[in-house]
Write a protein that binds this ligand. Structure first.
Ligand SMILES: [Zn+2]
Length: 328
């Protein structure tokens, strides 16, 4: 029943969106043996640490502007096939450098992929540049400096991902302030591996527009109220949370409680093939495990469009697409 609902996501790491089939194609192109990390149509890893290793191995299979065009185009086309009208994905200039590609070519390649997918499917997309927290405040500041010195019309946001257990939140303020001053929207990961204190620090010090995950806010009622009041949007990724054992099952997942408490929640796939999911599957989970009907599912989409880092005209056009489904 979710098939007819227009979908949108704000939280997906582009290198983590490469399907095993595409990774295999790239591995053949560069003569790399990735058989140890692939089993059929799945990636093989055991815990958060080995997941990050597999992620990095796959990321290094994309090395040229054409490779990144193919990656973005393939991902966005598959999203559009599932009824998605909008996607915001995270890009990492640190991963680009690891792959030996100039960040400017990396950005151009991904932008080419967005343009191609838009031409053939109509899907709209933007990029959010992220710094990696475990690389430290200076590295994240460097990323912000590069992005603000090399602006691109399709890069509309900045934020931070990586290991949330490392470093103190206030140390990352200069990077976030630099990006904010340059007009970028702010979305930062918090409240996934760490509890509510991590989210509170992030909200108080970095003042993000959106939080990646944020689900563990549920452990602090006052924080949930603050998030609802300040209208900080949560990018919730249910399958990712269950596969990474943040929650043992969907029945324990706080998504419905966050919605009931008045938080603005969106549905997202994070690193879809690594968690055996897709954006369509996240909508299915919301329907089957949380009991949402089509109308409520459409609200997740409009939440995402309203919170998207896009210009007013594009927002109006996308909201109109939602309205025209007759569900809203
Ligand atoms: Zn993420």
């Amino acid at each position: 029943m979710t098939a007819n609902v227009p979908k949108a996501e704000l939280h997906c790491h582009i290198e983590g969106a490469a399907s095993p089939a595409l990774a295999k194609m790239q591995a053949d192109k560069y003569g790399v043996d990735i058989s140890p990390i692939i089993n059929g149509n799945s990636y093989v890893w055991e815990d958060f640490t080995s997941f990050l290793e597999v992620y990095d191995t796959v990321a290094k299979l994309f090395r040229t502007r054409e490779d990144f065009c193919l990656l973005a185009e393939t991902y966005l086309s598959s999203l559009a096939e599932d009824g998605a009208i909008y996607s915001e994905f995270f890009i990492s200039t640190d991963h680009a450098r690891e792959s030996g590609i100039d960040p400017a070519d990396y950005v151009s390649g991904l932008a080419d992929g967005i343009d191609e997918a838009r031409k053939t499917t109509g899907i709209e997309a933007r990029m959010i540049a992220i710094g990696l927290r475990h690389m430290g405040p200076n590295a994240v500041l460097e990323t912000a400096r590069w992005i603000t010195a090399n602006p691109h019309p399709l890069i509309t946001g900045f934020g931070m991902a990586g290991d949330e257990r490392m470093y103190d939140v206030p140390d990352f303020l200069p990077a976030h302030d630099l990006a904010r001053t340059a007009g970028l929207g702010i979305s930062t990961h918090a409240g996934e591996l760490c509890g509510p204190a991590s989210i509170r620090h992030t909200v108080e010090h970095l003042k993000p527009d959106r939080i990646g995950h944020g689900v563990r806010a549920i452990e602090d009622q006052g924080l949930v109220e603050l998030i609802a009041e300040e209208e900080i949007v949560l990018e919730v990724c249910p399958a990712s949370n269950v596969v990474l054992e943040i929650y043992p099952d969907f029945a324990s997942h706080p998504l419905p409680k966050l919605v009931e408490a008045g938080c603005q929640v969106t549905l997202n796939s994070d690193d879809p093939p690594h968690f055996s999911t897709s954006l369509a599957n996240e909508y299915r989970i919301a329907a089957e495990h949380f009991g949402y009907g089509d109308q409520a599912l459409l609200e997740f989409t409009t939440n995402a469009i309203k919170a998207a880092f896009i210009d007013g005209e594009t927002r109006t056009r996308l909201l109109e697409k939602c309205r025209l489904t007759g569900l809203g």
